[in-house]
Design a binder for this molecule. Structure first.
Ligand SMILES: NC(=O)c1ccc[n+]([C@@H]2O[C@H](COP(=O)([O-])OP(=O)(O)OC[C@H]3O[C@@H](n4cnc5c(N)ncnc54)[C@H](OP(=O)(O)O)[C@@H]3O)[C@@H](O)[C@H]2O)c1
Length: 253
């Protein structure tokens, strides 16, 4: 097998959560370009419908099943339908994530509702999807963490707690599910998406984030997606329990 063949995801079925836009959409389309049949999962039906069309244009099979990762009945319905209509799920990418306004600020300013919602989507949601999908042996799980899963970030305590938790789950699940299922995480740096819109619009914050990034620019969603394809493919056959920083050097400081 040539090295390029190892990146080929043909004949694999993938589910990507939080794929209605942003990084998740780029991951779903990149996996489809690598040959996988990809099911994008998120709540917004209209946006998902567009992504489903884009996957079909790339030649992959797919289906439309709006899903909230915090809802166990909905998550079970998603994986049951994928198994029934497309076949066995090989690849799971837990990408759905939030960082809401009421979860930002100094600890004393944070609303517990914001804290709970952040943990619910970013950590519990990822665990729930992995647990349900993992009832039928997966080949690969990739958890989309953050530099906030590796180092602290000011004013983002619930988000940082959720992403450190996700990196922890990655390691413990990698041990339990070896040697059949590989479980890895990526830790992206800053990408201009809806999630970071407010930070990007704040000129002084934007400049301070850029000056903290050795590569001196933000990432494109596709630059996060390519390492996810790598980790999901046989090119990463000996990689499990890892957290790959895709952060322009942020965590090297
Ligand atoms: N952007 C960055 O700089 C950055 C950096 C590091 C890590 N990340 C991580 O990368 C991931 C994607 O972020 P992004 O920047 O692409 O954000 P985004 O543009 O806001 O997209 C978030 C995605 O998550 C989905 N989502 C939110 N709540 C959900 C729920 N309860 N159930 C299912 N789907 C849900 C959203 O879809 P619906 O609203 O349609 O449900 C959307 O598709 C997140 O985990 C984030 O923490 C981002």
């Amino acid at each position: 097998m040539s090295v390029l063949d190892a990146f080929d995801c043909s004949n694999r079925i993938a589910v990507v959560t939080g794929a209605s836009r942003g990084i998740g959409r780029a991951i779903a389309l990149s996996l489809a370009e690598a040959g996988a049949d990809v099911v994008p999962a998120a709540r917004s039906e209209d946006a998902l419908e567009t992504v489903v069309g884009e996957i079909e244009q790339r030649g992959g099979e797919t289906l439309l099943q709006p899903t909230d990762v915090t809802d166990e009945t909905g998550v079970r319905a998603l994986f049951d339908r994928v198994e029934e209509d497309l076949g066995h799920v090989d690849i799971l990418v837990n990408n759905a994530g939030i960082n809401p306004e009421d979860a930002l600020g100094k600890p004393e300013a944070i609303e517990m509702a914001g804290y709970d919602r952040t943990l619910d989507v970013n950590l519990r949601g990822a665990f729930l999807c992995t647990k349900v999908a993992g009832e039928h042996e997966l080949a690969s799980v990739v958890n989309v963490a953050s530099v906030g899963g590796v180092v602290g970030l000011p004013r983002q305590h619930p988000y940082v707690a959720s992403k450190h938790g996700l990196v922890g789950l990655t390691k413990s699940m990698a041990i339990d599910w070896a040697p059949t299922t590989r479980v890895n995480a990526i830790a992206p740096g800053y990408v201009a998406t809806e999630l970071t819109e407010e930070a990007m619009e704040n000129e002084s914050l934007r400049e301070s984030l850029l000056s903290r990034t050795p590569l001196e620019r933000f990432a494109e969603p596709e630059e996060i997606a390519a390492p996810v394809v790598f980790l999901s493919s046989d090119a990463a056959a000996y990689v499990t329990g890892a957290c790959l920083n895709v952060d322009g050097g942020w965590c090297s400081r």
